[in-house]
Write a protein that binds this ligand. Structure first.
Ligand code: SAM
Ligand code: SF4
Length: 439
């Protein structure tokens, strides 16, 4: 999280955002697309390869959501999208950058991939399998909105090779779910949970949000208690952000109302409490946002590979990828995305950026810091830079503020540092990328 509008305010202002990449997305340019085309057309570098597929449909738009989603979906739109996505995979699979590399990890993200029916899912996967497979992948993640799940659909997911389900639970309070525009209520989570247990998936994650509108201490305690009772393999706890494009943000700006989202210190206190409760229940903290029940079993291939500079082939509308050191994003407009693939049979590339070696180092450093520690030797070996020396003033300032401790071979965040890690990261941005719009 970065409190962008006013550095002294503790309020959750419109314009706050997660840092998920570097340099900021606002710097990516259409003019740099030839660089992606060149990277795709060249043999691969020796890094793991992942695949991201974006499914942009949802039953309802949650008032806090900032993703590219469509809610007024006709069956024909979905059919058209599935066709375009299959075409995209076909085109991507022919690119020399694929080399002989199997997919190490696959991620069906959204939007709501589980919005698709079993028939649509099977048809999609059959078309994809004409060109690719994920038989050697160590992780195949599939994001689900609980109310879209049925027993038959979950069986289909299992058959298609999904190893990790991630459920957007967010809260167990029906009043809060409803007020925030979620399409599901708590009973739908419990119903889906029984099927999930009966079918058996290697890994199941649930997402929670600290700072849903209407949240209270009593309710948050109850939400954490219920999450522990379900006993998922991992829990991701986000602090509510207000990027510009959410329904709440537009309401605050348009109607000049006070933000309805709790202040940052309150949200941090909620996550702090959640961490303590999960630790008492035998979980371990795996990053600023995640706790895991058994760290030997949960490996987060997608997150860990991405944060160590793996290649990620991005498919689907508006998705973000990275090949051979080049960042890129697909076109974000429906007609253009579909048109490029179906009419022109070309990749729907939208904008790109070629990070410098220093920018690649900064990217990995700030992303890995979200895990709570950095190994100095990793960066020395990979980039030839001693990060402790290169950013000595920044580490000192963060240490003086109680956010981290440094040792000769490791930088470790304190609990406080972990709770506000996104606020620590812009200090490592190059001067021209500080204080500019991120997305
Ligand atoms: C793509 S959704 C997960 C799958 C499915 N669409 C759903 O919502 O159930 C990813 C997650 O992002 C989180 N999220 C969305 N908007 C957010 C915001 N403004 N602040 C914090 N977390 C947010 C939610 O926890 C959500 O589960
Ligand atoms: S949070 Fe999930 S279900 Fe809600 S609009 Fe965003 S992607 Fe769709």
């Amino acid at each position: 999280m970065v409190e962008q509008m006013s550095s002294t305010s503790t309020k959750t202002e419109v314009g706050s955002y997660f840092i998920s990449n570097y340099p900021p997305f606002s710097q990516w340019r259409k003019e740099l697309l030839p660089e992606v085309e060149r990277a795709l057309a060249s043999p691969p570098q020796d890094v793991p390869l992942g695949l991201y597929l974006h499914i942009p449909f949802c039953r309802k738009r949650c008032k806090f959501c900032y993703f590219k989603v469509f809610t007024d979906n006709k069956a024909s739109d979905i059919e058209q999208y599935v066709q375009a996505l299959a075409k995209e995979i076909e085109l991507v699979s022919r690119q020399p950058v694929m080399g002989q590399r199997p997919f190490r990890f696959v991620y069906f993200g959204g939007g709501t991939p589980s919005f698709l029916s079993p028939r649509q899912l099977t048809a999609l996967v059959e078309r994809l399998r004409a060109n690719i497979n994920w038989d050697l992948a160590e992780e195949v993640t599939f994001e689900c909105e609980p109310g879209t799940l049925r027993e038959a659909k979950l069986r289909t997911l299992k058959e298609l090779g999904v190893t990790r389900l991630s459920l957007g639970v967010e809260s167990f309070s029906d009043a809060i779910l409803e007020a925030n525009g979620r399409a599901h209520l708590a009973p739908e989570v419990f119903r889906a949970w029984e099927w999930i247990q009966a079918i058996g998936f290697p890994n199941v994650n649930i997402d929670l949000i600290a700072g849903m509108v209407g949240e209270t201490w009593d309710n948050w305690r109850d939400t954490i208690r219920q999450a522990i009772e379900l006993s998922p393999d991992s829990v991701t706890i986000y602090q509510m952000e207000l990027p510009f494009n959410t329904v709440y943000s537009q309401d605050i700006l348009g109607n000049k109302i006070e933000t309805p989202v709790a202040e940052w210190p309150m949200k941090r206190a909620w996550v702090d409490y959640a961490f303590d409760e999960f630790l008492s229940a035998g979980y371990q903290i795996s990053s600023a946002y995640t706790v895991v029940k058994d760290s030997a079993k949960v490996n987060f291939s997608y997150r860990d590979n991405l944060w160590q500079g793996s290649d990620l082939l991005a498919t689907g509308i508006a998705s973000f990828g990275h090949v051979s050191g080049v960042h890129y994003q697909n076109k974000a407009e429906w007609d253009q995305y579909i048109g490029d693939l179906i009419q022109h049979e070309r990749l729907p590339l939208g904008r790109a950026l070629v990070p410098t070696p220093l920018q690649r180092l900064i990217r990995e450093m700030i992303l890995q810091l979200k895990k709570g520690y950095l190994h100095v030797a990793y960066f020395q070996e990979k980039f030839g830079v001693n990060i402790l020396e290169q950013w000595s003033e920044e580490w000192q300032a963060h240490a003086a503020a109680g956010m981290l401790v440094t040792e000769p071979d490791e930088i470790r965040l304190t609990r406080q540092g972990l709770l506000e890690v996104d606020g620590l990261l812009p200090a490592f941005f190059e001067p021209e990328h500080r204080g500019i719009r991120y997305t």
